[in-house]
Every structure is written in structure tokens, then in C-alpha cells.
Write a protein that binds this ligand. Sequence first.
Ligand SMILES: [Fe+2]
Length: 213
Amino acid sequence: MSGQGRARIERVTTAGTFSLDGGTWEVENNVWIVGDDAEVLVIDPAHDADAVAAAVAGRTVAAVLLTHGHDDHIRHAREFADRAGAPVLLHPADLMLWEAVYPGTAPDAGIADGQAFTVAGAELTALHTPGHSPGSVCFHAPALATVFTGDTLFAGGPGATGRSYSDFPTIIDSIRTRLLTLPPDTTVNTGHGDPTTIGAEAPHLQEWIDRGH
Ligand SMILES: [Fe+2]
């Protein structure tokens, strides 16, 4: 099969809402698909299972990886995973967020710090990066010079830490010790908005600490 064995990255943008602490906001999310013509991993299939399924286009979905448990990222993950016949995985420290969306159920498996997922010859390693939520994880793919950061690191700074279960000193510690230590040319594929690089963000750490968000 042409293209098999050479991992590539595809981005799908979907729109919907994010609700927490009694508020609801309109948001656009990035869905990331990593793989080849035969098999893919899907990160955060947000808002629109049809759009994600169309992009996957019949390829085998090895797993659905969730960067964290906020409802904009997970509300359609079970529907998509079931349609794809794939397990959906979430770090256990975000199970209370899963429970809020899917009462009385659980993800198919957890995600542990250091756990590796291989697709099309590329390895994605989970980095536990708490702060935006207790169970936030990033997925680092060294062979693709890419890290998928969910809502932990964006172009311009850390993810939000003003709502329940978030903590600013914790996200700063995660970013400093787990993300800014990656090679500067690493592409940062975010949960919302445009990609950036580790090298573009790293010089701004002290500004973020000083401004407090
Ligand atoms: Fe989030």
C-alpha cells in the first residue's frame, strides 16, 4: 500500500462548545490524526464525529488518545471511538471530568507517564503535564519533531488555569520541565489555534510567570 509505514500528521478543525463551572463558551478545536494510509492514532476527536471519521476515511484507528478531560475535547470521543472500533484512553487523574460527561462509565484504558504508542513506525510518548487539569498529557513524537500539547501549551503561553481543577504554578512546572526541555525545532501542535515551536515559546517563560497566566 503506498504511503504505508511513513507517518504523517493531519489536522481537522471542529467547532462547538466548552462548559465548566456553570459557563459555556464557543470554541474551535484541533483534532490531530497521526499515521499512514493504513493505520492512525486520533488525538482529541472533538465536537464532530462525522468530520473526524471523514478525515480518517476508513483507516484502522489504533487508539483514541485524549490530552485531558475537558468536555470540548471528550464529548464526542466515545461516539467516534465506538464507530471506529477503537479504545479511548485518558489519564486517570482526569476521571472526574470524564464522569461529568459520561456518568457511570469509564474510558477503555488509562494513559501513564512515559507510555509509548507506535503508529506507522513513529512513536508517541505520553508526558504527564498537569496544571490545565490534573490529568493533562502531551504526546511527543521525536521522529516527527512534534509534540501534541492539548491545552497545556499554546502559541503565546500556557493553557488556562482559572477554573476548577487547574493550577498555574503546576502548569508552569510542567511546561518548564517536560516541554521546554524538548529540542527547540520541535513543532507544537496545540488543542486550539495555530501551531508553534518549542524554540519560539521558550524565551517567554518568565513573562508568563510574571503576568500570572
Ligand atoms: Fe481544556
